[in-house]
Design a protein around this ligand. Sequence first.
Ligand SMILES: O=C(O)CCC(=O)C(=O)O
Length: 240
Amino acid sequence: MNPSLKSVSSPLFGDDALAPRPREIRPGAVHIPGYLTPEQQAWTVRAYAEWRSGPVPAHRALIGGKPMSVESLGLGWHWRQGGYTPSAPEFDGARPLPLPDWLARLAARAVADAQLLTEADLTPDGPFEPDVALANYYAPGARMGMHQDADERRRAPVVSLSLGDSCVFRLGNTEHRNRPYEDVRLASGDLFVFGGPCRFAFHGVPSVLDGTGPRGIGLSADDGGPGGRINITLRETGLG
Ligand SMILES: O=C(O)CCC(=O)C(=O)O
């Protein structure tokens, strides 16, 4: 090999080209790329297809009277602006599907794995025992504005799983919606956990990158799916 090549930097090995590694974005906020295998992603996409036509179907919740661009549904609890309810007044008082045990166990494991990457205490109130999952579907063009997850009564972390198209996830500060914030690209199968000092950070999804989802998990147009992105967050409501 030509020894001079060793010192030449190549775009092949630039930060954008190398696979992202698990990292703490900020104390209490951890990104673990590729946490779910393709098979686990495909399973979860199939599960979502069942949930979305459940007794409380995927719907565009109202914020300030206007429908969100994402379609959401709750498992375990129903969510609407203002908080959680055991049933959905918008759907004749239907009760949401229960939170599946496999998903709760996956989320507890995810918190334990994230805890290894941060010194911040992710579970100051005790072991993570989620009782709700909110599943959001981002059709192409959908986004989510900066907001805090503050309807929960406990300081347990928020566990986020991404499927399908990649997105730009914006992690802000705990004071307001504006800078400083950091943008993190979340791809299909990625885990993001935010708790401790980041638990009440403003966050949002300013864009989803159309057509970037993997083949083979049943979501992309190449698989005959609708395209877009699914995000599932697991939380502890503290509502007992
Ligand atoms: O889609 C995401 O990655 C974030 C979802 C979110 O912010 C929420 O459900 O509160």
